[in-house]
Ligand binder design. Structure first.
Ligand code: ADP
Length: 498
C-alpha cells in the first residue's frame, strides 16, 4: 500500500520540475506575475532589470532607467545610509532587510519594505508596499494609546482581579497602595485588604463571580505599603479577561472624605451633647443649689446631736448614718455644681506633662497593687497652657480611675498608655486602656450626668460629666473612642492659647 502511495508523488514532482523549466512558467514569470517589485542591480548598483509590478510601484521604467545607478534613481540614498548597506550586501553576501523604509517623495507616500540579497555579483531586491499594514498598525497603536491614556489618567484605580491575583492595575492603583508594579503583581489581592474587611470583600468577590446580584458599590479598607489604612469605594463588574471570568474594579480613594464625615459626625455629636448637658447642667445646678442649705443643716444637726449624752446608742448610730448620708448627698451636690461650671477655673500657666506625672504619683500605689502597668509617651517640651491645675488633675484622675476600674473588672490587671502631643493649636492628651471597651450605644451617653454602668450606690455617674464641664470651661473638647472588646481611649484637647 505504502509503495503504491509513494509512486505517483514521484511522478508529480518530476512533472512540476518540467513545468517550471518552460520559460513562461519559470522564475521570470513568477517575478512578472508578482505584486511585489523585483529589481536587479549589478555590482556597481546599476539597474539591470525590474518587473512590471516594480515599474508600477516605484515609478521606475526598465526602458528609461536600465543602466542608471541607484544613486540617480533614488537621489538621497547616500544620505540615508542605505547605499552603504547595499554595497555591504555585495561585499559580505549577507542579506539586508528593512520594513521601516522612509518613503521617498518619488514613490509617493507609500511605506515600503525591502529585502536585499546578493545575486550573482550584484544585488536582488524585493520591495513590497506595506502602506496598508503600517496604517493599520498605526491605527491600532493610536487606539491603544488612547485607551492607555484614559486608563492611566483616570482618577480611579482600575484593577482586574482573577484567581485572587491582580491581573491588571493602572498607575492610580499603584499611587494609592504605594507598592511597586512587581510587588502588586505578585500579591494575592486579599493581602492588600485590611484584616477586618477581608472576609466581606472576598465573600462579595466570590458571590459576584457566581453571578449573584450584589450592590455594585461599597467601601472597604486597604493597608498601603507604609501600613496606613485607606478607605476605598469600589464599583465592580464581572467580565471576561483572557477568556475567563474576572472582575473589573474601579476604586476611589475616599479616605479624606471619610475622615471629614467622621469629624463632622463627631462635631455634631459634641454639639448635641453640649446642648443636652447645658440643659441638664442648668437644672442640676438649680437643684444642687437649693439642696445645699438644707443638706448643710442636716449635716450640722446630725453631727452635733450624735454626741448628745441623753440619747441611747441606737439613736446615736442612726444619727451617724443620717450625718454620713447627708455628707454624701452634699458631695453629690458639690459635684453637680462643678459639672455645671459653677466653679470658674483659676487659670495659670501650667505644664500638662507635669500634672500627669503628679496625678500618677498620687495614685501610683493603688495602680501598682492593682497590677496596672502605665506607659507614658509625653511629648518633651510640650507648650504650657493657661489652665486650672487642680481641675486638670481632677479630669486626669477621673479618667485614670475609670480605666483602672474597667480593666480590673475585665481581667484583674491592665495596661494604660498616656500620650501627650500638640495638634493644630491644641494639646491632645490620650489615655488608652486595654479594658473591656464601651458599647457603641453607651458611647454617646457616658458624659451624661448620672450615667453609670456600675453598681447602684457605688458610683454616681457624675465623673465624666464633671470632666466634660471642666474641659469645656477651658475651651477644649473631651471624647472617647472605643469598640467593645478593644479597650477605650479617652482624649481631651485643650487649646494652647486658652
Ligand atoms: P462612674 O464612674 O461614676 O460610672 P463616669 O461618668 O466617670 O461615672 O463614667 C460613666 C461610665 O462610662 C462608666 O459607668 C462606664 O460605664 C463608662 N466608662 C468610663 N470610662 C471607661 C473605660 N475606661 N472603659 C470602659 N467604660 C468606661
Amino acid at each position: 500500500m505504502a509503495r503504491n502511495n509513494r509512486q505517483p508523488r514521484k511522478n508529480n514532482h518530476r512533472s512540476s520540475v518540467k513545468l517550471l523549466q518552460r520559460p513562461e512558467n519559470g522564475p521570470g514569470a513568477f517575478a512578472d506575475a508578482s505584486v511585489d517589485a523585483f529589481l536587479m542591480f549589478d555590482e556597481n548598483l546599476n539597474l539591470v532589470s525590474i518587473n512590471p509590478a516594480g515599474e508600477k510601484l516605484l515609478g521606475v521604467s526598465l526602458e528609461a532607467d536600465a543602466g542608471k545607478n541607484i544613486t540617480e534613481i533614488v537621489p538621497d540614498i547616500k544620505r540615508t545610509g542605505r547605499h552603504e548597506k547595499y554595497l555591504s550586501v555585495i561585499e559580505t553576501g549577507r542579506p539586508f532587510f528593512a520594513d521601516d523604509v522612509i518613503p521617498h517623495p518619488r514613490f509617493g507616500d507609500k511605506h515600503l519594505s525591502i529585502k536585499a540579497f546578493k545575486v550573482w555579483h550584484g544585488v536582488g531586491m524585493i520591495v513590497s508596499d506595506i502602506t496598508e499594514r503600517k496604517q493599520m498598525e498605526e491605527a491600532l497603536r493610536l487606539s491603544e494609546e488612547r485607551y492607555r491614556l484614559i486608563v492611566e489618567n483616570a482618577n480611579e484605580a482600575i484593577v482586574v482581579a482573577q484567581d485572587g491575583m491582580l491581573k491588571f492595575f493602572n498607575s492610580r492603583a499603584i499611587g494609592i497602595l504605594g507598592y511597586s508594579k512587581q510587588e502588586m503583581a505578585s500579591k494575592l489581592f486579599i493581602e492588600l485588604i485590611h484584616p477586618d474587611d477581608q472576609q466581606m470583600v472576598v465573600g462579595r468577590y466570590m458571590a459576584r463571580l457566581r453571578g449573584e446580584e450584589l450592590p455594585s458599590v461599597y467601601s472597604f479598607r486597604v493597608v498601603d505599603r507604609a501600613g496606613n489604612v485607606r478607605w476605598l469605594e469600589i464599583s465592580a463588574v464581572v467580565f471576561n479577561w483572557e477568556g475567563r471570568p474576572a472582575t473589573l474594579n474601579f476604586l476611589t480613594d475616599i479616605t479624606e472624605r471619610r475622615k471629614a464625615e467622621e469629624e463632622k459626625q463627631r462635631m455634631e455629636e459634641q454639639l448635641l451633647l453640649a446642648g443636652r448637658l447645658a440643659a441638664v447642667g442648668e437644672l442640676a445646678a438649680g437643684v444642687a443649689h437649693e439642696l445645699n442649705n438644707p443638706l448643710a443643716i442636716i449635716q450640722m444637726y446630725s453631727e452635733s446631736s450624735k454626741e448628745r449624752g441623753d440619747l441611747d446608742d441606737t439613736a446615736k448610730k442612726d444619727l451617724l448614718i443620717i450625718y454620713e448620708q447627708a455628707k454624701r448627698a452634699s458631695k453629690i451636690t458639690h459635684n453637680l455644681l462643678s459639672f455645671a461650671r459653677k466653679h470658674e477655673p483659676e487659670k495659670n500657666m501650667v505644664s500638662v506633662n507635669e500634672i500627669i506625672e503628679k496625678t500618677l504619683e498620687m495614685h501610683s500605689h493603688q495602680l501598682s497593687i492593682n497590677n496596672i502597668e502605665v506607659s507614658e509617651e509625653l511629648q518633651p517640651g510640650l507648650p504650657m497652657i493657661m489652665a486650672d491645675y487642680n481641675q486638670m488633675q481632677q479630669v486626669f484622675m477621673n479618667i485614670i480611675i475609670n480605666a483602672e476600674q474597667a480593666m480590673l473588672e475585665a481581667h484583674d490587671r491592665g495596661k494604660l498608655n498616656i500620650k501627650t502631643e500638640t495638634t493644630e493649636g491644641m494639646i491632645k492628651i490620650s489615655f488608652t486602656d486595654d479594658g473591656p471597651g464601651i458599647l457603641e450605644s453607651n458611647l454617646k451617653r457616658i458624659f451624661d450626668p448620672f450615667f453609670t454602668t456600675k453598681e447602684v450606690g457605688k458610683e454616681t455617674g457624675l465623673g465624666l460629666s464633671i470632666c466634660y464641664g471642666i474641659v469645656h470651661a477651658h475651651g477644649g473638647h473631651i471624647y472617647a473612642i472605643s469598640k467593645m472588646g478593644e479597650g477605650a481611649t479617652f482624649v481631651s484637647e485643650i487649646p494652647i492659647t486658652s
